[in-house]
Design a protein around this ligand. Structure first.
Ligand SMILES: [Zn+2]
Length: 192
């Protein structure tokens, strides 16, 4: 068995959830790699690529991690939901609390799961989404001022927008705009 996969099983890590399933010969049950049930002995484990393969081999889905219910684990599903809300509503005054309310879970739990799976906090993710939208507007909407764009993508002030923008792209929004709108970008070397 792949070492990384075995480590994920031992550590209840969600990296391989949805990609692999492991079945335990002695119990007849199959799980997601992240399942928190007792770690089986490696010699009793069979790896499958899908729920259907595990079922076809005669194994039953675990009642704890419910591998047959969603292709992603419960944590990954939560992160996907949070991301899709951010995608739809990043320009609104979105906070950890409003997101948690939307998802009907505690802000603490949401923060912890999101950070563990993505490496980012929700606030960082929201800011990145806003900056991305601002970049596009700066390039393609010459008739709007930088302040208008900052507010439209969800920042509450131009100065906060500028700070986050500089931190992300190492230049000011207006420099970015000049560079990308007047065609002064240095010509790229032809690809060999
Ligand atoms: Zn399980």
């Amino acid at each position: 068995m792949d070492k990384a996969l075995w480590r994920a099983i031992i550590n209840c890590d969600t990296t391989f959830d949805g990609e692999y399933y492991y079945a335990v010969k002695t119990t007849g049950i199959f799980c997601r790699p992240s399942c928190r049930s007792r770690t089986p002995r490696p010699e009793n484990v069979l790896i499958f690529n899908s729920v259907n393969e595990a079922k076809a081999a005669g194994f039953r889905p675990c009642k704890r991690c419910r591998p047959d219910e969603s292709p992603l684990g419960p944590d990954a599903t939560l992160v996907e939901h949070a991301k899709s809300i951010i995608e739809l509503r990043y320009h609104e005054p979105l906070t950890l609390n409003t997101l948690a309310q939307n998802l009907k879970i505690s802000p603490y739990h949401l923060h912890r799961v999101f950070k563990r799976l993505t490496g980012f906090t929700l606030a960082e993710c929201i800011f990145q989404r806003r900056i991305h939208a601002a970049e596009e507007a700066l390039r393609t909407e010459p008739f709007r001022t930088v302040t208008e764009i900052a507010l439209a993508v969800g920042f509450r002030s131009l100065s906060h927008f500028s700070t986050v923008f500089r931190k992300t792209l190492m230049q000011s929004p207006s420099d970015y705009r000049t560079l990308h709108m007047t065609g002064q970008e240095p010509a790229k070397e032809a690809k060999q």
